[in-house]
Design a protein around this ligand. Sequence first.
Ligand SMILES: [Zn+2]
Ligand SMILES: [Zn+2]
Length: 502
Amino acid sequence: MIRAYRGKTQDTYTLSVLALEGFLPGYGMTQGGCRFEFHGADSKSASRDLSLGRGLAQGVREFVPGNLIYAMGERFKVVSYRMSPKPEDRTAERFEIGVDPDAPFLRLPGQAGKLGVAAATPHASVDAIPMSDGSLDHASRITDDESMRFALPVDLHASQLENVHNGGATYTAPTGLQLQLLRQQKLRLVNLGPANLSRQGEWGYPICTVCGAARSSMSSDAEKLLFVETHQKSCGQVPVPRALYADVRVDGLRLRGQASMADAANLCEALLLGARDLLDMGERDLTWVGIAQDDGAWEAFVYDPMPGGSGVLDEILDRWEQVLDGATERLHGCPEACATACYECLKNHSNAFHQPYLDRVKAADLLATWRGLKVQNTIEPATGDMPTKGQPHHSKEQVFLLALQEAGLVGDDGPELNAKLDLGDGIVTSPDALYRNKKVAVYLDGMSAGLHGNPKTQQTDAMTNRILKMEGYHVHRIPWSALSDPTGKKQHMEAIGHSLHG
Ligand SMILES: [Zn+2]
Ligand SMILES: [Zn+2]
């Protein structure tokens, strides 16, 4: 099915055939892809040239040392990444990651201390280089069954989602749980290394950051030592393990309000189990990441790594109850009747990193809380610029704005953040969010003891309330703490929505 081709003929190559196999040559590098090349002339065992393109979301997961890449009836391995010739362009990004396997958070540079979940848990620093183009070497011919394709289980993390996407929709379940379909959501993915090593606190891949040469983490100690010595001599630097990161745009389902990383894992793996059965998906068509939140909760982001999206997420949402039915049946009816999880139910070859969390009873319980999902509102595209007048002063207000956005309360009518509202007689009030036309003012209380905690402030607040109400305003005061409580948050957002939409 897949024909070989030499470098110059690639423009005429049948894209659709390759797209079926996920090779997608010609997928524009300008659109955030990566390309790995193999020059057969240099090899005794495979004579053809090969050039494989992938979207970055696929590339950062698959084109890693130690994995096998299947193409043209052969197996290939990544042997180098393309490094910039300028040393100043070769600097790595430093990420902080949770060393507690139950709280494997990922923090960006400068985000220190922001994640509630991570406040008290120890962390380690990992340097990551951006995913780039590279070269492949021949590994072996494919002799066994294609279904037995090797895929290196990796530890993939993502940073918190930014408000950058092409829109989507919010869905809610009667339990109050909320899911967002987000198209082309911006996502920073970090591949921390092979799952088995990551679990032991060893992160990164052996990569020389001067010349880009890479070795499998699973090579023999002797081979790894030789790699280090060679590049210390030739490149003047000892190669240290590097993670790989990529900023991607992917379609995804954002599942909020997970109590723990374990819950996120059980929920997502169960959903994927149901979807695979029903929609004839492969193990790797969809994947997910658990993302630590500022309020201590976790969210899961199930995403479609195909550039532009394959549409499989829409199918899942269309047939949501069937997906849950199928998954629940598989979980309850495990033929092995296993105690927690096995390869007949929740485990598969792609989810090695998350297997210690998996529990089919827990997973079925979690699925049940997502029954009866209904569309709540559509989400407008966002570019990361605030769609509102005024700018949030600090991160708590960003959390507040996000809550409003999730509830579909950000639109043409506002809100303005930190707006000034002149009530006459020298009284000016500054609601945290103001919908001027709809006359709805929202205040966040308890931001600090000095603000709304003391009696004088409370008196002023009460007076402002009275004046606003006389002027025909709906006034909402939300205790800051309510924003970190899903039920409380939902109630307040519904109340604001009621004032806005009657
Ligand atoms: Zn080197
Ligand atoms: Zn089982």
